[in-house]
Design a protein around this ligand. Structure first.
Ligand SMILES: *[C@@H]1O[C@H](CO)[C@@H](O)[C@H](O)[C@H]1NC(C)=O
Ligand SMILES: *[C@@H]1O[C@H](CO)[C@@H](O)[C@H](O)[C@H]1NC(C)=O
Ligand SMILES: *[C@@H]1O[C@H](CO)[C@@H](O)[C@H](O)[C@H]1NC(C)=O
Ligand SMILES: *[C@@H]1O[C@H](CO)[C@@H](O)[C@H](O)[C@H]1NC(C)=O
Ligand SMILES: *[C@@H]1O[C@H](CO)[C@@H](O)[C@H](O)[C@H]1NC(C)=O
Ligand SMILES: *[C@@H]1O[C@H](CO)[C@@H](O)[C@H](O)[C@H]1NC(C)=O
Ligand SMILES: *[C@@H]1O[C@H](CO)[C@@H](O)[C@H](O)[C@H]1NC(C)=O
Ligand SMILES: *[C@@H]1O[C@H](CO)[C@@H](O)[C@H](O)[C@H]1NC(C)=O
Ligand SMILES: *[C@@H]1O[C@H](CO)[C@@H](O)[C@H](O)[C@H]1NC(C)=O
Ligand SMILES: *[C@@H]1O[C@H](CO)[C@@H](O)[C@H](O)[C@H]1NC(C)=O
Ligand SMILES: *[C@@H]1O[C@H](CO)[C@@H](O)[C@H](O)[C@H]1NC(C)=O
Ligand SMILES: CC(=O)N[C@H]1CO[C@H](CO)[C@@H](O)[C@@H]1O
Ligand SMILES: [Cu+2]
Length: 575
């Protein structure tokens, strides 16, 4: 999109004077939400919701420091919101996107221009719908190159590929969502796992559709891997090639060599591979890029366990026969040890160009239990959750409910509208017990509320997430909007506040926006609340978001002008 003077003028009027460093660019993009026909899995053609007709949607490219104005035009068949996952959006919660948290949906026929402000993020993050289950097909990558006149902290790769892991439903996902809301049951599982929307060679009838990348012997490639799946975590590998992790969640890491990675929904990894395996024989010129689900929950809500593949193919001088690509076996789907072994090796780069700033002293200590629960079945309703109840989920036994009044939380906060939320999200669970022990079924009930946590500007916060064994212990990818956090510790069992902090990494912990809280274990994160605004925090399994495994942080304004929320844009979607 070219820069339009007319639109620039309109923005100056809307937003006031925009000051940006001379080297940072202002970019413009138009995202048209529209239905488009897609064929996946044995000629099942149906309309899906897309951006600009493509699935995955368009990639946003920028450099550190740039600002992108994205005009979202909703020509689709339903109301929708978009979120820029992993972008801090300093002082601008208005553009963040989660429905009923920072805005009401963009209605059919309407449009909304969101400001995507890239500050310290570099590497790969992504954008996705943040309403109902629209994210299934409405998502894409955000590629952030080093700030102008700076370089990668590794040799510049010869090429790069975006690989987005996802899930495909033969059924209309809006139907899947509405059925889950109506019955309180587990949403129907997906029909295929996908890489760049393709299930790959092992899926019935889809051999022609497998996503393929071409590489040249002797060159080096950057793989930008995003997990956009609705409920599946994945082990991921490129057969025959080790991968060096160099970045995660839009932040550089110490180079970390592995045969496989484990990636939760919401996370991204930047991986380098050396294309050095070509032997000029037809037996060794094609390799599978492969992902298999990781699920270590004890009571499996049934899960789409299918493998998905793409193909990495070496360029050759002649025509090669289409041999079966070389594969690799990934850890078993429930191998907790294999998942932890990968995660525990991640470290921030922590160089002079990319320093870490881990809070060493903490103002607000929070201990948050993460649970799957039940809620009572309303009179006369048919509920298909466990034992005829509805599924619920909670943080500190508070099961989050979006505001019922037609107002979003940001608006209620900014305009002081009472009765929309309560500022009493607790700093600890109502009772302490053996969180990872056997918990009787009748102790798993919870209730709905809209509790938020209010933070003074510039406070340092530590959250210890404690996974519980209510109904089923499983890994939960907890995601925070508005800022990333340092993951200073992770472990299994009940967190011990005397011994576990002794093993924290306060030197070079990874900076992430999504952390996997291990099954029947805990994860400790730290951040400084220096971004005034209203920031959603939730499990990135969409069914858990729906069930209430969520809360909101409101960071109050600081004293100086640049520590205060920006003024709302005038074209905010009405409720
Ligand atoms: C970037 O480098 C170019 C060429 O060396 C120079 O002209 C330009 O001023 C530099 N820009 C910044 C923002 O440092
Ligand atoms: C979109 O939102 C408006 C306002 O809340 C509502 O009246 C309308 O029914 C919604 N449209 C759809 C297709 O859900
Ligand atoms: C956005 O909506 C406004 C109000 O309906 C309209 O005037 C404007 O032309 C629309 N912009 C685009 C890019 O569709
Ligand atoms: C898919 O549809 C095409 C065109 O209708 C048909 O020729 C082909 O046999 C179908 N393939 C399968 C696997 O059903
Ligand atoms: C697969 O692709 C080949 C070559 O393009 C084509 O001849 C064949 O019909 C395709 N098969 C299916 C099932 O689409
Ligand atoms: C991958 O790394 C392992 C461990 O460092 C090493 O043993 C193996 O040879 C490497 N494989 C390739 C293909 O480089
Ligand atoms: C292709 O042929 C050129 C020239 O003979 C040779 O230098 C190159 O190594 C060959 N490439 C491959 C992949 O075989
Ligand atoms: C789990 O993975 C680890 C590390 O890859 C491996 O050593 C172990 O044998 C695996 N366990 C099982 C039960 O497969
Ligand atoms: C439940 O159904 C009965 C019989 O249809 C009806 O009398 C009663 O009012 C209903 N209760 C509620 C809470 O809807
Ligand atoms: C908690 O329960 C687990 C599983 O029954 C058990 O292994 C563990 O010892 C218990 N921990 C405590 C502190 O009682
Ligand atoms: C934030 O707090 C730190 C101490 O934790 C202090 O050094 C810094 O000046 C404060 N920043 C602002 C903007 O108040
Ligand atoms: C796309 C794909 O591979 N689907 C398979 C998923 O797993 C089920 C059960 O094993 C199979 O029936 C599907 O064909
Ligand atoms: Cu969860």
């Amino acid at each position: 999109m070219g820069l339009s003077l007319v639109r620039l003028g309109a923005f100056l009027m809307l937003c006031g004077f925009i000051s940006s460093p001379a080297f940072a660019a202002t970019l413009y993009q138009t995202f048209v939400i529209q239905e488009a026909p897609y064929t996946r899995l044995c000629n099942n053609t149906k309309n899906i919701l897309t951006v600009n007709g493509s699935y995955p949607g368009p990639t946003l490219y920028a450099h550190g420091g740039d600002t992108i104005f994205v005009t979202v035009i909703n020509n689709g068949n339903k109301n929708i919101t978009l979120h820029w996952h992993g972008i801090d959006q300093p002082r601008d919660p208005w553009s963040d996107g989660p429905e009923y948290i920072t805005q009401c949906p963009i209605q059919v026929g309407a449009n909304y221009t969101q400001r995507v402000q890239i500050t310290e993020e570099e590497g790969t993050v992504w954008w996705h719908a943040h309403s109902d289950f629209d994210r299934t097909t409405v998502h894409g990558a955000i590629v952030i190159y080093p700030k102008l006149n700076t370089t990668y902290p590794f040799a510049k790769p010869d090429g790069e590929f975006i690989l987005i892991l996802g899930e495909w439903w033969n059924q209309d996902v809006t139907q899947v969502y509405e059925t889950a809301v109506l019955t309180g049951g587990d949403p129907q599982i997906s029909d295929a796992n996908t890489i760049n929307s393709q299930p790959g060679d092992f899926a019935p009838c889809s051999a022609n559709d497998t996503f393929k990348v071409q590489v040249e012997q002797g060159k080096r490639y950057l793989l930008r891997v995003i997990n956009s799946a609705m409920s599946n975590e994945f082990f991921f590998a490129v057969a025959g090639h080790n991968m060096t992790v160099v970045g995660s969640d839009g932040s550089y890491t110490k180079p970390y060599i592995n045969e496989y990675i484990m990636i939760t929904p919401g996370q991204t990894f930047d991986l380098l591979i050396e294309a050095n395996q070509f032997t000029n024989s037809s037996a060794a010129y094609r390799y599978y890029i492969i992902a298999t689900p990781f699920f270590d929950g004890s009571v499996a809500p049934s899960r789409d366990a299918n493998v998905t593949v793409a193909i990495l193919e070496y360029k050759t001088n002649g025509t090669m026969p289409a041999t079966v690509p070389i594969s690799i076996s990934l850890p078993e789907f429930d191998n907790t040890t294999a998942a932890a072994a990968f995660i525990d090796g991640l470290r921030s780069l922590a160089s002079s160009d990319h320093p870490v700033n881990v809070p060493q002293t903490i103002d607000e200590h929070m201990f948050i239990t993460v649970s799957v629960n039940e809620v009572e079945c309303p009179n006369n309703a048919t509920c298909s959750g466990i034992f005829g109840t509805r599924f619920g989920a909670s943080l500190n036994n508070a099961s989050f409910q979006n505001p019922v009044a037609l107002v979003d939380i940001l608006d209620a906060y900014y305009s002081s509208i009472a009765g929309v939320y309560t500022p009493d999200f607790p700093d600890q669970p109502p009772v302490f017990f053996n969180f990872t022990g056997d918990i009787p079924f009748n102790q798993s009930f919870t209730s709905k509320s809209t509790k938020v946590k209010v933070l003074e500007y510039n406070t340092t916060v530590e959250i210890v997430f404690q996974g519980t064994n209510m109904l089923t212990g499983e890994n939960h990818p907890m995601h925070l909007h508005g800022q990333s956090f340092y993951v200073v510790g992770r472990g299994f069992g009940n967190y011990d506040n005397t011994t576990d902090p002794l093993n924290y990494n306060l030197v070079d912990p990874p900076l992430e926006n999504t952390v996997g809280v291990p099954k029947n274990g805990w994860a400790a994160v730290r951040f400084r609340a220096a971004n005034p605004g209203v920031w959603f925090m939730h499990c990135h399994y969409d069914r858990h978001t729906l069930w209430g495994m969520d809360t909101v942080f409101i960071t109050k304004n600081g004293k100086s002008k640049n520590a205060q929320i920006m003024r709302p844009p005038s074209n905010r979607p009405p409720c």
